[in-house]
Write a protein that binds this ligand. Structure first.
Ligand code: SRM
Ligand code: SF4
Length: 570
């Protein structure tokens, strides 16, 4: 259905976009309002397109209510960092901003970007301007547009990495919104009004109402599936032969977000719909985005992601849409194999002889505290490092392109600041979303709880003699799926404080969705199930068999073939 037919029952956000004059709304007035730490409600939708979300400290809400104070409003700012790559100079600037404007932490995200939390309204503009002065920006980091593009983070795996990374950046740049509102509001750019300017704003890809919903793209170089490409609206899977990039398999229609108790919402894995050459990738991305722009649902945001458009219309319809828009058909997809979706830690040598060191960062939170000096470590390393940093899709950080001469200096700093033992294989793979206290949608803890929870899982693994076997565990504070829990071997999705749905059976390469195993259970119940399952896995798991495969073979859950089966208790 084209969105032209939907006007009478459009979602409220659609009207906000239409009336916003290309994402301006009353953001400037809201920022200048001294009475409140918040912004007008409609503007909270529009600022997302500019890379910032209004939040409030959920820990202090009750206390502030008693004091008759409004919630402690602040803003999360998300930068756009295509492929997660930034320079040491940019890192140092980001580090300084964390102190100056935010809550003294940098949060690496599951999509290779970084976030600041706790930025108060009167520092918002200065913070966004400061991010821009580092030659990074926040434009389209959130909102109903294409978001930060992910790209495999390990340059060591392939000689084609640079080519693939450059293609990712080209797609990212091509799909950026063109409105000048961003520069006008945050960087004091020249004011443009829709009617008076001789060159009014124009959105060649998106049009005035942008997309029906957020849109996400990942580019991956097999055999690693570090980006979880099938969890994305659109994916490009590099096909490499004899160290040469032939092109990309194109995948469409993946996504994680669901709503508890609403069976019409479910996660989906993307379909492979064809193959394109590297030169065609930007045009293919544009054609896919425009298909979603014109056919995505604008009357129900819970059904508005591209995954539902593809699921509703089918793959053949999509292939025809693309052929009509591109003027040619995609070629047949080529065979590719994925082996894992985690990161490779420690030192790895690149094909060109330089080195990368990937550091485990617990849930991506770069902070100094009693447990870790990771923030100081990275600051010291940034002062001597001459290559670049790469935020990985698993919330970790790679110190990349290190020369032989520089490697020793970085090793000294790693030992000086991070001498504690290596995290277990399961901890290294684990991810949690931000959740409480900043996420307004969280129903349960995730980032603050996962480290202690993993300690208990490690004890169970040790008890059964398999502490060295990695099991991918992902936890989110609600079913939106920000840590991609539905492709992990064990997923925990928050239901209420201290209660989670438990999912089992993802594949360690991100190729299979897991399935609901137990609903709404407490830590005690979870640990008891884990003791039983991990014990059985230790005793009866086959040689080399992954935990996710074992729980299916042993009948604890079924092998899911369509997302609709994910929430059916096995
Ligand atoms: Fe997410 C909303 C954090 C990756 C699915 N996500 C949010 C918000 C902005 C809450 C809100 O709307 O008010 C969270 C802010 C929390 C905070 O305090 O910082 C939030 N999402 C995150 C991050 C920071 C999680 C993390 O721990 O790293 C990730 C930022 C990525 C980035 O740099 O752009 C993040 N979010 C994801 C992913 C994973 C991915 O994209 O690979 C997903 C699942 C994939 C997908 O989109 O299907 C994801 N986030 C959602 C959804 C559900 C979307 C849906 O289709 O239903 C929401 C809620 C929404 O959009 O209505 C959401
Ligand atoms: Fe917030 Fe839910 Fe995303 Fe976690 S999964 S960050 S709780 S929206």
């Amino acid at each position: 259905m084209s969105n032209d037919n939907q006007n009478d029952k459009l979602e409220a956000v659609e009207h906000i976009k239409i009336n916003s004059n290309y994402l301006r709304g009353t953001i400037v007035e809201s920022l200048n309002d001294p009475i409140t730490g918040s912004i007008a409600e409609d503007d909270t939708q529009l600022t997302k397109f500019h890379g910032t979300y209004q939040q409030y400290d959920r820990d202090s809400v009750k206390q502030r209510q008693k004091q008759k104070l409004e919630p402690a409003y602040s803003f999360m700012i998300r930068a756009r960092v295509p492929g997660g790559v930034c320079t040491p100079k940019q890192w140092l600037a980001i580090d300084e901003m964390a102190d100056h404007y935010a809550n003294q932490t940098i949060r690496l995200t599951t999509r290779q970007a970084f976030q600041f939390h706790g930025v108060i309204k009167n520092k918002l503009k200065a913070t966004i301007a400061a991010i821009n002065s580092t030659l990074l920006d926040t434009l389209a980091a959130c909102g109903d547009v294409n978001r930060n593009i992910m790209c495999s983070a390990s340059p060591e795996v392939s000689a084609v990495h640079e080519h693939v990374f450059n293609d990712s950046v080209a797609i990212s740049e091509h799909l950026l919104p063109q409105t000048r509102a961003y520069h006008e509001i945050w960087l004091d750019g020249e004011k443009v009004t829709d009617t008076s300017s001789s060159t009014p704003d124009h959105e060649p890809v998106y049009g005035k109402t942008y997309l029906p919903r957020k849109f996400k793209i990942a580019v991956v170089i097999p055999p690693s599936n570090d980006v979880d490409v099938l969890a994305h609206d659109l994916g490009f899977v590099a096909v490499v032969e004899n160290d040469k990039l032939l092109g990309y398999n194109v995948t469409c229609g993946g996504g994680m977000g669901t709503t508890h108790g609403d069976p019409k919402t479910f996660p989906l894995l993307a379909h492979t719909i064809g193959f394109c050459t590297p030169e065609q990738a930007v045009a293919v991305a544009e054609a896919v985005v425009k298909t979603q722009r014109d056919h995505g649902c604008r009357t129900n945001r819970k059904h508005a992601r591209f995954k539902y458009t593809v699921d509703d219309h089918g793959v053949e319809w999509l292939q025809q849409q693309l052929a009509d828009r591109l003027g040619y058909k995609l070629q047949a997809a080529k065979p590719v194999t994925f082996t894992s979706h985690g990161d490779r830690f420690g030192w790895q040598q690149n094909h060109d002889g330089s080195w990368n060191h990937t550091l485990f960062i617990s849930n991506g939170r770069v902070v100094d505290n009693e447990q870790t000096q990771i923030r100081s470590a990275l600051k010291a390393i940034a002062h001597v490092h001459q290559g670049d940093f790469r935020i990985t899709p698993n919330q970790n950080l790679t110190i990349a392109q290190v020369s032989d001469e520089n490697k020793a200096a970085i090793d000294v700093l790693l030992t000086q600041y991070l001498s504690k033992g290596q995290a277990s294989a399961t901890r290294q793979l684990a991810m949690a979303c931000v959740a409480l206290p900043s996420c307004t949608l969280a129903m349960a803890e995730a980032e603050r709880y996962l480290p202690d929870f993993i300690t208990q899982v490690e004890a169970i693994q040790a008890k059964h003699g398999i502490l060295d076997r990695p099991i991918s565990i992902r936890m989110t504070g609600c079913p939106n799926g920000c840590a991609r829990p539905f492709v992990s071997e064990i997923g925990f999705v928050g239901k209420a404080l201290g209660r989670y749905n438990m999912y089992l059976g993802g594949q360690p390469n991100g190729n299979r969705l897991n399935q609901l195993f137990q609903e709404n259970i407490t830590e005690k119940e979870i640990l008891s199930h884990l003791d039983h399952l991990i014990g059985a896995y230790a005793q009866t798991g086959n040689e080399g068999e992954a935990f996710g495969d074992f729980v299916i073979r042993s009948g604890h859950v079924k092998s899911v073939t369509h997302g609709i089966e994910v929430h059916m208790v096995a």
